[in-house]
Design a protein around this ligand. Structure first.
Ligand SMILES: Cc1cc2nc3c(=O)[nH]c(=O)nc-3n(C[C@H](O)[C@H](O)[C@H](O)COP(=O)(O)OP(=O)(O)OC[C@H]3O[C@@H](n4cnc5c(N)ncnc54)[C@H](O)[C@@H]3O)c2cc1C
Length: 448
């Protein structure tokens, strides 16, 4: 389709991390090829792997299939065996994160996903002809892309940002970082470091600070006892991954509230990486209640006393707040949330999870006030925030092989329906004979 003099895309995918790549691959396998994937990062720097992921290996078991969509020759295992041999694979415990990043680049090249890097989506607006206009910042300036559909595969913080607990928000950036920030760990040598949170990311940051020579690292866990259960291990079975989204709202809410409130546990190796240091201190039952700067230290007040630190790293995950994302600004206040659509029973309430977007069955955003921004039904969210509606899906390696087909089905269904009149006209005009039938003429009958 043409819009002005610029061809419109069928699907514009934002984000060339593993989710964006897998979505593009899934679409290509369904013969949707008029697509483009954009990422603000430079090639090879997409996602957390080489940026702020501070673990040595992935946490998920090595045999999980992911962007390969269950095609054996495209799995991480196949790539690893081709590169290092089958024995090496057998001996491998978990996938090194640097190799995962390398595999994703290989995957993208070998399946032919077209990515333009250095392109940041800034705004989405409706355009003529039922299209969406995506305003994109590139090195050369602003470029507008027109598309029938946009898939946001923008990662963990797609619908909000990395969390900083309220009592710390007034602190200067010189004393505070989130686990997703670039941190000069060498500068923490000899310093007192506090890490807030007790999930895998918190431990990874604590370990990196310890390995960089921090004098002491205090990890503050708000729970009375640290959480060692990994709910994502339990839920990784095909029935749950494939059919969770078919459940009614009450069941979806019940499961995901329990799972997301529990939060993710951490693997043994992640814990051991910290525990081997005598200067590592785990403080359970220690939510930060207040923070005060005293000289070049920050005093963190907890129910169990004061902990002083020169530098604080928050490993407290992400929160949902549509207004914090520039690209959502034209419609942020009209995205329906779970709180808009579902009233949880008293004992299952959670304002935090109520802020998650309430998605349609094709991952599309839905309207809080129907009719005000109907075009947002062409914006599909395949990111961590899809989790309340779909269970693990976007941003989850374990779920790709079940979630991507659902996303692709939703996109092709919608494109096909929108084109039905054109298909009908095309069908009516279709008159290409498949075979030539020889009918006897009067003359040939007479001869015979
Ligand atoms: C530290 C860490 C470790 C993890 N380890 C595991 C693990 O072991 N196993 C597992 O299953 N999961 C793990 N995860 C969860 C998940 O697999 C990762 O977050 C993964 O990166 C998600 O892939 P994604 O493609 O959805 O998002 P990302 O990889 O984050 O990719 C999103 C992309 O979108 C781009 N982008 C964002 N906004 C814009 C914009 N406006 N315009 C253009 N581009 C944009 C970003 O540059 C980025 O490249 C981990 C997550 C983290 C943070």
């Amino acid at each position: 389709m043409l819009h002005g003099c610029k061809p419109a895309l069928d699907v514009l995918i934002i984000g060339a991390g593993q989710s964006g790549l897998a979505a593009a691959f899934g679409l290509m396998r369904s013969q949707v090829t008029n697509i483009l994937t954009l990422d603000k990062a430079e090639e090879g720097q997409e996602g957390p792997w080489l940026a702020y992921a501070r673990m040595h290996t992935l946490r998920s078991p090595k045999h999980y299939t992911g962007p390969d969509l269950d095609i054996p020759s495209l799995t991480y295992q196949s790539w690893h065996e081709a590169r290092f041999g089958a024995e090496h694979w057998q001996a491998l415990d978990l996938i090194p994160r640097m190799l995962w990043a390398e595999y994703l680049l290989w995957f993208r090249r070998v399946v032919g996903v077209i990515v333009r890097n250095g392109c940041e989506l800034r705004e989405i607006a409706p355009a003529a002809g039922g299209l969406l206009a995506a305003t994109v910042q590139t090195a050369a300036g602003i470029e507008i892309f027109f598309a029938r559909k946009i898939v946001l595969a923008t990662g963990q913080e797609a619908m909000g940002n990395w969390s900083i607990p309220e009592p710390l928000r007034h602190l200067l950036a010189t004393a505070l970082a989130s686990g997703a920030d670039t941190i000069d760990f060498a500068a923490l040598r000899g310093k007192q470091v506090a890490v807030i949170g007790a999930g895998a990311t918190a431990f990874d940051n604590a370990a990196t600070a310890l390995e960089a020579g921090a004098a002491e690292v205090h990890l503050l866990c708000r729970r009375a006892e640290i959480q060692v259960i990994q709910p994502y291990r339990w839920l990784t079975f095909r029935g749950f991954l494939r059919h969770f989204s078919d459940l009614d709202d009450a069941w979806r809410w019940r499961f995901m509230r329990a799972i997301l409130e529990l939060r993710e546990g951490f693997p043994q190796a992640t814990y051991d990486r910290c525990a081997r240091f005598a200067n590592f201190h785990l403080h359970e039952g220690s939510p930060v209640e207040a923070a005060k700067e005293v000289g070049n230290e920050v005093e963190l007040q907890t129910p169990r006393g004061i902990i002083s630190a020169n530098f604080i790293i928050c490993g407290t995950g992400t929160h949902i707040d549509f207004s914090e994302r520039r690209e959502l600004k034209n419609f942020a206040d009209n995205i329906a949330t779970w709180a808009d659509r579902y009233q949880a029973p008293e004992n299952e309430r959670s304002p935090r999870l109520g802020r998650y977007p309430y998605l349609a069955d094709d991952y599309a955003l839905t309207e809080r006030r129907p009719g005000q921004t109907p075009w947002i039904s062409d914006i599909h969210l395949f990111a961590f925030a899809s989790t309340m509606s779909f269970g693990p899906s976007g941003s989850s390696i374990n779920a790709m092989t079940t979630a991507i087909p659902k996303l692709v089905h939703g996109l092709t269904r919608s494109l096909f329906r929108a084109d039905v009149e054109r298909h009908w006209a095309s069908f009516k005009a279709y008159n290409g004979p498949q075979a030539v039938v020889a009918r006897p003429t009067q003359a040939s009958k007479e001869q015979g």
